[in-house]
Write a protein that binds this ligand. Structure first.
Ligand SMILES: [Zn+2]
Ligand SMILES: [Zn+2]
Length: 555
């Protein structure tokens, strides 16, 4: 008797970001990727968005392994939070390529989680994980050491492609292992969970190595300082910026903590080559003539705290942008970030800097393959079932259609949502019961003292707004002595409910009167009752749970 394979995505479906999938067989679990997402501008006060993995808390002892396809934040960023949720007694093996492992190690160290069982894994080596075995297959992407995962159990092999492109001239000279993929395909693939990012782009993605010469051309036209912004983890791009700078006799300064950190790790592992004397410290920039400097900076997405954003606002302590400087965006905005990127660009113009984006010159190549590459993946693997992942709903559907176009029957293609498991046994595949799949918000830079209460508060504020209720009571008998004040911010639908604020005021009066009758005199207790009564009332009327802050003043 064989069991049921359960593939449960907790994030990454119907959205771009926070990729995470829980795979279960015979009650044992392997987790593929633990990604995060950056907040959209309307999620004020939120720093990070994580998949809600609380259902794993009770299953912690069942987790055999966590396997990470590559070192991008949307695949590894939630790991410290997940490990903390699982507790210190649970130490699952964490596999990934050597670069991924080192990037994650430095991340975990920052979170004071140095006890994790990180294990770098070579491509092609099989490791056991309970009823599973797993193998990494080399892929090309915008970061070195990107892998697909072949996860086997007695029912068959599931392939998670991770992020990939079939780049024939990758910057590090190591293309995707097409031969191994074909071999695995010949052995038989049960399920393919494939990257959908660029399914809407026909043809083939341009090679990453096509970017370098373009960058050099743009550099050659610049008279002043050059600032190139890209993802810190896009190490192939950073390498090409360094090469272009070298060709034109410019020095390179790395700005932004994550930029320096990742470049250091990549240099140590031999993934980035920097000629001797090329790098200069950020404080030395002013020691060189403007035409001898290239600054490589984080902030390509307009992130609020990033180095580039601070430069654009004239708030960077070392880099003071001025006329003659050119800022080159060697990245495109992730959907949702367009607004903050545009705002950053406009600020740069205000400083009289020149701005070059991927619209002006081909200085960006996506790390994700286009439609023809996805077809190649499907044809190499000939999977029994297909589950498109890593994309918004539109892309998931398009990826499904693409699978149909290469001959996979529609009933074998599953469009799954976060929290909905795909269940496969000997008799076939079907969608299972939906589980809870929400998000967890992280606020504050001091993640070490992350408090659930603060998180919940932020979540409520972000979604449902806030009510502040100020009541003035008599110190003699606790009765309300003046009409309560009701202040609200960001409560949705409030305007559409006539007279609601008056009704809230009445609810406050009633609550106070009841407390007075019950001779509740303790202020904190009064506030508690007031909170519960108002929250209950608002929920009944609006079906919303704004944060309610009662303030009781005694006179
Ligand atoms: Zn990636
Ligand atoms: Zn990704």
């Amino acid at each position: 008797m064989t069991g049921t394979l359960r593939v449960l995505p907790l994030g990454g479906l119907g959205e771009i970001g926070k990729n995470m999938t829980v795979v279960e067989y015979e009650d044992r679990i392997v987790i593929v990727d633990t990604g995060l997402m950056f907040p959209t501008p309307d999620q004020l006060g939120i720093d990070l968005v994580l998949p809600d993995f609380s259902l794993l808390r009770e299953r912690a002892v069942d987790i055999e392994a966590i396997v990470l396809t590559h070192g991008h934040e949307d695949h590894v960023g939630a790991l410290p939070f997940l490990l903390r949720e699982l507790g210190e007694d649970v130490v699952p093996a964490i596999y990934g390529g050597p670069l991924t492992v080192e990037m994650v190690r430095s991340k975990l160290d920052e979170h004071r989680l140095s006890g994790a069982a990180l294990a770098p894994l070579e491509a092609g080596r099989d490791v056991e994980a309970g009823p599973f075995s797993l193998e990494l297959v080399k892929m090309a992407h915008s970061i070195p050491d990107a892998f697909a995962v072949a996860l086997r159990c007695e029912l068959g092999t599931t392939i998670f492609t991770g992020d990939y492109k079939f780049d024939q001239t990758p910057v590090d000279g190591v293309p995707a292992d097409v031969a191994r993929l074909a071999e695995i395909g010949r052995e038989g693939v049960l399920l393919l969970c494939g990257d959908s990012t660029n399914v809407d782009r026909p043809g083939w993605a341009p090679s990453e190595s096509s970017v370098g010469p373009q960058l050099e051309q743009v550099f050659a036209r610049c008279r002043g300082r050059i600032v190139v912004t890209s993802f810190a983890s896009n190490l192939h791009r950073v390498q090409q910026v360094i090469d272009a700078a070298e060709a034109l006799g410019r020095k390179v300064a790395l700005v932004g903590r994550s930029m320096r950190k990742y470049v250091n790790i990549a240099r140590r592992l031999g993934h980035i080559e920097v000629p001797e004397g090329m790098l200069v410290g950020v404080r030395e920039i002013e020691d060189f003539p403007d035409h001898k400097i290239v600054v490589v900076s984080t902030g390509s997405q307009g992130e609020p705290l990033s180095a580039l954003r601070r430069m654009a606002h004239g708030e960077h302590p070392q880099v003071d942008l001025r006329e003659g400087d050119t800022v080159i965006f060697s990245a495109t905005p992730i959907p949702g970030n367009e607004r903050s990127v545009n705002e950053t660009i406009d600020r740069l113009y205000q400083l009289d800097a020149e701005v070059v984006t991927a619209r002006d010159a081909p200085i960006h190549a996506s790390g994700h393959g286009y439609a023809e590459e996805m077809k190649l993946m499907l044809n190499l693997l000939e999977p029994g079932y297909v589950m498109p992942v890593h994309g918004d709903h539109r892309r998931l559907r398009m990826h499904g259609r693409l699978a149909e176009s290469v001959g996979i029957e529609p009933e074998r293609i599953f469009r799954v949502a976060n929290g909905r498991p795909l269940e496969i046994d000997r008799s076939g595949a079907r969608l299972g019961e939906a589980e809870h799949a929400g998000v967890i918000f992280v606020d504050g830079v001091d993640v070490g003292s992350l408090e659930d209460v603060a998180l919940r508060d932020r979540r409520m504020l972000s979604a449902d707004g806030i009510f502040i209720v100020v009541a003035t009571i008599s110190g003699d008998d606790g009765r309300s002595v003046s009409p309560p004040e009701v202040i609200f911010r960001g409560v949705p639908f409030l305007d559409s409910v006539d007279g609601l604020v008056d009704e809230v005021r009445e609810a406050v009066e009633e609550s106070l009167a009841r407390s007075a009758e019950e001779e509740v005199r303790e202020i904190t207790l009064l506030q508690d009752h007031l909170h519960d009564d108002v929250a209950h009332f608002v929920y009944e009327r609006l079906k919303r749970r704004p944060m309610v802050l009662p303030v009781v003043v005694e006179v």
